[in-house]
Design a protein around this ligand. Structure first.
Ligand SMILES: Cc1cc2nc3c(=O)[nH]c(=O)nc-3n(C[C@H](O)[C@H](O)[C@H](O)COP(=O)(O)OP(=O)(O)OC[C@H]3O[C@@H](n4cnc5c(N)ncnc54)[C@H](O)[C@@H]3O)c2cc1C
Length: 477
């Protein structure tokens, strides 16, 4: 079957059977076209907002397949989407009638415990990484939902339960291998293609397809002290300021967050929180669990909790605890976030009001604490745009009925604008952004002082902007 594919600069091109057969003869992974068995499952991405129909899904088995896919894209001037874990909030990893370069079969993870180095293929998830690293009592700082892809999260920064102790995920990158727009496979590190390596640490998917990452890992677990208390949301007016005060004196071992959310009546949850709007305070202590008993005890003492689940827990379980709340394809999501240099009363007022008026139970107002090791690198050491935030205020709109989309997107935007208009607003975190096309103000807010340098790296490695379905940086300079 001849497939019709979108070209980069508009219009479409027909890729004939013969050309696809030639690619198939070389390709190790499957090439999936509309109508093929498995096409519908293969095109699904995490965010239920996006029901996209790529013209061709090139499911790569390794770097050689990626090179062939990128070469076809260049030869036929194709628009390409790149899928790692498929969790992107803005839906960039699938596009109607485009070629999807799909790394979801490339999930290998290899640990070198002696050097505390971890090699991870470009389609792995954090669950894949935790599974292998925890055997050695090691962890790479990743995200808080184990089904999230390593690739998108790392390239955009990466924060989770360990960032205040060990930095952003991108700060732990030792090397990366990438297929650039010209089909070259390059190894990048502090001594190889240094500018490209710099750009990969925060500049997103702009520079090519990363086939493998190499990370520094750290001793974590296998058991950590996990703090989690759930209060009635209606009590948050007292609890939120107490939580703020507590967070200002914490050692870097503690990475915590607060959230307004609603709990379903699930057997996985204590009955006290079933069908309740809750205010959650949670944290992980990245050190020996017995050291943390006193440090994390206040988590359940800011008021009278409905449930306090604080205690030792295997790190892998912590990492998977929230997975079931984010079922693939079932939630429609639109998120926006603002970094804040301090959590002043003005910020708290918006967080509290918006937290209490969330339009849907799945919608979150989520405040991860930053600082610690995130603030130690200089702003020009990596491409990550804003290290000044002490907290991020993330307005995570999630709902299930498409009829609500317009109103919910507007609600998220309004809440975002309120926080973003406050004097302590410092930037935006693009991994928590649902906007498919960045306007120039958002691009500047996200990449900050690093934007111009990023645009020059983009010019050097992707002058035609082949990789544009992402938080796009235009090649200039
Ligand atoms: C439920 C959920 C929980 C999350 N939790 C966290 C969290 O705790 N911390 C955090 O920091 N973020 C979190 N995120 C946000 C997450 O970091 C981003 O959505 C990220 O883009 C996901 O990466 P992915 O590979 O899964 O996504 P994809 O949709 O596959 O890709 C997203 C972007 O990355 C690019 N990309 C993907 N793979 C590659 C590759 N191999 N080479 C080059 N470019 C590539 C794509 O082109 C696209 O632009 C969460 C998201 C969800 C949906």
């Amino acid at each position: 079957m001849t497939v019709r594919l979108r070209r980069l600069n508009g219009g479409e091109t027909a890729v004939t059977d013969e050309r696809l057969d030639a690619l198939r003869a070389a390709f190790q992974g499957p090439l999936i076209t509309p109508g093929d068995p498995g096409y519908d499952e293969s095109r699904v991405v995490h965010n239920g907002m996006f029901d996209r129909h790529p013209g061709l899904i090139a499911r790569c088995s390794g770097a050689a397949d990626v090179i062939d896919a990128v070469n076809l894209a260049r030869e036929r001037d194709l628009l390409v989407a790149v899928r790692g874990g498929g969790h992107g909030i803005a839906g960039h990893s699938a596009c109607d009638e485009a070629m999807m370069i799909d790394l979801s079969a490339m999930r290998g993870v290899w640990v070198n415990p002696a050097e505390r180095l971890v090699r991870v293929q470009g389609g792995a998830t954090w669950g894949d990484v935790d599974r292998e690293t925890q055997v050695f009592g090691l962890a790479v700082p990743g995200g808080v939902v184990s089904t999230t892809g390593v690739a998108g999260l790392t390239l955009g920064g990466g924060l989770g339960w360990l960032h205040r102790k060990y930095g952003l995920t991108c700060d732990n990158l030792a090397a990366a291998e990438i297929v650039t727009a010209d089909g070259a496979l390059l190894r990048t590190s502090a001594t190889e293609h240094e500018e490209l390596f710099w750009a990969l640490r925060g500049g997103g998917g702009n520079f090519g397809v990363v086939t493998a990452f190499e990370f520094h890992a750290h001793p974590v677990g296998p058991t950590v002290m996990y703090g989690l208390a759930m209060y009635a949301a209606a009590d948050a007016e007292e609890i939120l300021p107490a939580w703020r005060t507590w967070t200002t004196g914490l050692p870097d071992e503690v990475t915590g967050r607060a959230m307004f959310w609603s709990m379903p009546a699930s057997p996985l949850l204590p009955p006290e929180v079933h069908n309740r709007d809750v205010f959650i305070t949670a944290a992980v202590y990245a050190g020996p669990p017995d050291e943390a008993t006193e440090i994390l005890r206040p988590i359940g003492q800011f008021g009278t909790p409905l449930a306090d689940l604080t205690g030792p827990m295997p790190f892998r379980d912590v990492q998977r605890l929230l997975d079931w709340m984010f079922p693939k394809g079932q939630l429609l999501s639109y998120w926006k976030s603002v970094g804040v240099r301090e959590l002043g009363d003005d910020v708290l007022e918006v967080v509290l009001r918006r937290g209490l008026e969330r339009p849907h139970p799945q919608t979150m107002v989520h405040v991860p604490q930053m600082g610690g090791a995130v603030q130690r690198p200089g702003i020009h050491d990596t491409a990550f745009g804003d290290r000044s935030a002490a907290y991020i205020v993330s307005i995570d709109g999630n709902w299930t009925d498409a009829a609500d989309t317009e109103a919910d997107v507007q609600w998220v935007r309004d809440a975002f604008n309120e926080v973003n208009g406050l004097p302590s607003a410092s930037g935006t975190y693009l991994n928590f952004s649902g906007d498919p096309d960045l306007d120039s103000a958002s691009r500047r807010a996200a990449f900050g002082e690093n934007l111009d340098r990023l645009a020059r790296v983009k010019r050097d490695f992707d002058p035609g902007n082949r990789f544009r379905l992402n938080n796009n940086i235009r090649p200039t300079g």
